[in-house]
Design a protein around this ligand. Structure first.
Ligand code: OGA
Ligand code: MN
Length: 302
């Protein structure tokens, strides 16, 4: 029997059974999973027992991997390999972090609605988050469907946002949390990048909002007006009818399409419980403006 799909709703989020991701997958299973991924945008694979190598091997079915932004940081050593984004609350020696941990401040950004790596010129396509250790309460991950959110916009808003481009920066989302003490070296390593506000997904032809807490300015609008527009669209897109909440079990692998969803982590007692979740991230094929045939120069846009 091949992989079995159990949709959460008709077109958003599905659980997948009868597949062992630690093994070499059949071509039929890979094709069925990729097709379901285009349709549901979030797939949950419960009960997967994976080594880091097996986690990364499965991720490579979706394309080339990113290396973690933590490799740019100078204040911490890595607990896991460079291809894994360490989303845990653990120090390199596997202890729960302290209240004053800089890593803790940094990861608070995951509590804001976002899509992964939109602050990179080439953003993330797929993220594959694996739960090795899960707190008994709290620490869920919420996902919103940016296709359904786009479809539900009034026509006047669709017309208004057609062709708009936003500036994304990791420092925009961190500033929203009051976290601004970055070195010049850290800032220089991650300059702002342009991303379209509405994407068309090549595999399905569907349009979706493309937003993240990393988005600051809208090119061609004054700063306050752009910030208001981003806030209004984010509030729209994250209404409950567009949201699936994932309650983690140990050994869940959850994969989401960053082009057509946003996500955020919910609170938990992070000074008490270990939450060891690790992410493999697949790059998109190009910057979203480039994919839309637009050449955007942020410097020239002013
Ligand atoms: C991520 C992320 C949220 C969470 O891994 O990209 O945002 O619930 N995670 O850990
Ligand atoms: Mn994320």
């Amino acid at each position: 029997m091949g992989a079995q799909f159990w949709p959460v709703t008709e077109n958003f989020a599905a659980e997948v059974g009868d597949v062992d991701l630690s093994q070499q997958l059949s071509a039929e299973d890979v094709a069925a999973i990729r097709q379901a991924f285009d349709r549901y945008a979030v797939l949950v694979f419960p009960g997967q027992d994976l080594s880091t190598g097996q986690h990364l091997d499965f991720a490579r079915h979706f394309g080339p991997l990113e290396t973690s932004i933590a490799t740019h940081r100078t204040d911490t050593k890595l607990r896991v390999v460079a291809e894994i984004a360490d989303v845990s609350n653990l120090t390199p020696d596997n202890k729960v972090w302290g209240a004053q941990s800089r890593q803790r401040m940094f990861q608070l950004g995951n509590r804001l609605w976002h899509s992964d790596s939109t602050f990179k010129h080439t953003p993330a396509y797929a993220s594959l988050l694996y739960g090795r250790s899960i707190p008994p309460v709290g620490g869920h991950t919420e996902f919103c469907d940016m296709r359904a959110a786009y479809d539900a916009l009034p026509q006047a808003m669709k017309d208004k946002i057609d062709g708009l481009v936003c500036e994304h920066s990791i420092f925009t989302s961190r500033a929203k949390l009051g976290f601004t003490n970055f070195s010049a070296e850290e800032r220089a390593a991650m300059p702002p990048v342009p991303q379209v506000l509405v994407r068309t997904i090549p595999q399905t032809g569907r349009k979706c909002l493309y937003l993240a807490s990393h988005a600051g300015r809208v090119i061609g609008m004054d700063d306050a007006e752009g910030a208001r527009l981003i806030e209004e669209l984010t509030a729209h897109a994250t209404q409950r009818q567009f949201v699936y909440t994932h309650r983690w079990r140990v050994n869940d692998l959850v994969i989401w399409d960053n082009r057509q969803t946003m996500h955020r982590g919910t609170a938990f007692d992070d000074l008490r419980w270990k939450r060891d979740v690790q992410r493999a991230t697949v790059e998109d094929v190009a910057n979203s403006c480039v994919q839309a045939g637009m050449q955007v120069d942020l410097q020239a846009a002013g």
